[in-house]
Design a protein around this ligand. Structure first.
Ligand SMILES: [Ca+2]
Ligand SMILES: [Ca+2]
Ligand SMILES: [Ca+2]
Length: 468
């Protein structure tokens, strides 16, 4: 303990205050935690910070950028430090279709939906209407995976919660608002953390970017890697309300969506915020998380890799949850083999059994040209080329980005599998995550185009899944 104190004191006295900062994650032994936190807090200067992530003794430490490497090397010498790593940036997977569009011909107004600020959260879920969903016919993927046959058996149980961990969701959307998860133990807008879960007035989820209770899907400039309304698009294919006379339908039209935002309007998030979002999902009852994001930024020479992200997925697995993850979109418009490529997408390629990694196929059962695949590392394919859905501003995907009505990406495929898992778990509430995963993979429709490319060798088949 004494050595730690001295080393920290020497180093911290040397810190000079710059305008930019570097963040890193440190895992400490419990007995050293308080000491390290106190050391950092006791500095003169308000910009340096340390935050306990509340998970496995991981700390988020922020220091001036010009001191970061020095600080990290000092920390590595301390016996109380078990792991140290950058707070890796995590990105939205881009929409591959954007590459084919000449942005100079598109007006600025079209590339960024106008949303002034976070709207208020509806006080309660709107009563659902009735009637067919007029835009359902645009969702080719729903027919392809046989949802209507499955719905004869179950449309999902509202006790099943899917966390959409993404850019947020338009929680005012007519086709999403009826299916929002509600934290029934939390009284809205009283400024009190009624359920004592660490979050004040968290009634539908949380925004880990802005650290508030309004996880709205704020859009950014899509030609600069910004958010096009990604989370709302994903949420729609999980669980847009069905047969309400409006819009579309998700795969599981009666389950609930927990809204967790950790990717900003700029299309970027951090490992620390991903950890917080996944932890929230697990601790607040989401059996399934839908994760259409990832990073190819893990430095292969960094042997530790993103241990913090691995740790939180281990926690999710130990708590019996399924983690559905996009396999990722290849850099050059051509998907690569995750088995061999030195630069796979994470977290999809982690070894955790509770991850279902999802590739994207088109209406002709061919992998999207952009879609990653891997014979041992990518599990199943689902509709992910020209996918129609809800999106931000109360709209549908043909309205918000008029030149790109149907979106491409493993991001779009992933929510179909998350919805399928929700349907299966609705029908078999006592199933383990292993049983749900096994049922999804074993019922996949085998395809020659996928036989040597995916673990299951096939595409999602919800009809077979529910009827088996
Ligand atoms: Ca709370
Ligand atoms: Ca409250
Ligand atoms: Ca609908």
């Amino acid at each position: 303990m004494k050595l730690l104190t001295i080393l920290l004191s020497i180093f911290l006295c040397q810190v000079s205050w710059g305008s930019s900062f570097t963040e890193f994650l440190v895992k400490v032994t419990p007995e050293f935690k308080t000491s390290i936190i106190n050391q950092v807090h006791s500095l003169n200067g308000e910009d340096q910070s340390v935050e306990d992530l509340g998970f496995n003794d991981w700390l988020l430490i922020k220091v001036p950028a010009d001191q970061a490497s020095n600080y990290m090397s000092q920390m590595r010498t301390l016996s109380g430090v078990k792991e140290i790593q950058p707070n890796y940036r995590i990105k939205l997977y881009d929409l591959p279709g954007l590459k084919n569009i000449d942005s100079t011909t598109i007006s600025k107004n079209n590339s960024k939906p106008k949303i002034a600020d976070n709207p208020n959260i509806p006080a309660e879920n709107p009563k659902s209407g009735s009637g067919t969903d007029p835009l359902f016919k645009r969702q080719w993927g729903m027919n392809d995976i046989g949802v209507q046959d499955a719905w004869n058996d179950t449309r999902g149980n509202e006790d099943i919660i899917v966390a959409v961990i993404d850019t947020g969701v338009d929680y005012t959307h007519e086709d999403i608002a009826p299916n929002l998860w509600r934290n029934t133990q939390e009284i809205a807008n009283n400024g009190i953390d009624d359920d004592n879960n660490g979050f004040i007035d968290d009634v539908i989820g949380w925004d880990f970017v802005d650290n508030d209770n309004k996880p709205f899907d704020l859009p950014g400039d899509i030609f600069k890697g910004g958010n096009p309304g990604h989370g709302t698009h994903c949420a729609g294919n999980v669980a847009a309300r069905g047969e309400n006379g409006k819009g579309i339908s998700g795969v599981a039209p009666n389950v609930k969506i927990m809204v967790l935002r950790f990717i900003s309007d700029q299309g970027q998030g951090t490992t620390a915020d991903a950890i917080k979002a996944i932890k929230y999902a697990v601790d607040n009852g989401a059996q399934i998380s839908s994760n259409s994001w990832g990073s190819e930024g893990e430095d292969p020479s960094e042997k530790e890799g993103n241990q913090a992200l691995r740790d939180i997925i281990t926690y999710s697995e130990q708590m019996g949850r399924l983690f559905i993850a996009a396999a990722g979109n290849g850099h050059q418009g051509a998907g690569y083999d995750n088995d061999k490529d030195s630069n796979p997408g994470f977290p999809a390629s982690y070894k955790h059994d509770s991850i279902i990694s999802v590739a994207a196929i088109d209406i002709n059962d061919q992998l999207g040209s952009f879609s990653n695949w891997g014979r041992t590392s990518v599990d199943i394919a689902a509709p992910g080329v020209k996918v129609f859905s809800t999106t931000v501003g109360g709209k549908y995907s043909d309205q918000v980005v008029p030149f790109l009505a149907n979106w491409d990406g493993t991001s779009m495929a992933t929510p179909h599998v998350a919805g399928a898992a929700a349907l299966y778990w609705s029908k078999h509430p006592n199933a383990s995550w292993q049983e749900v995963k096994s049922a999804i993979l074993s019922s996949a429709a085998k395809l020659s185009s996928l036989s040597k490319k995916l673990v299951s060798g096939g595409k999602l088949d919800v009809k077979a899944l529910i009827n088996q």
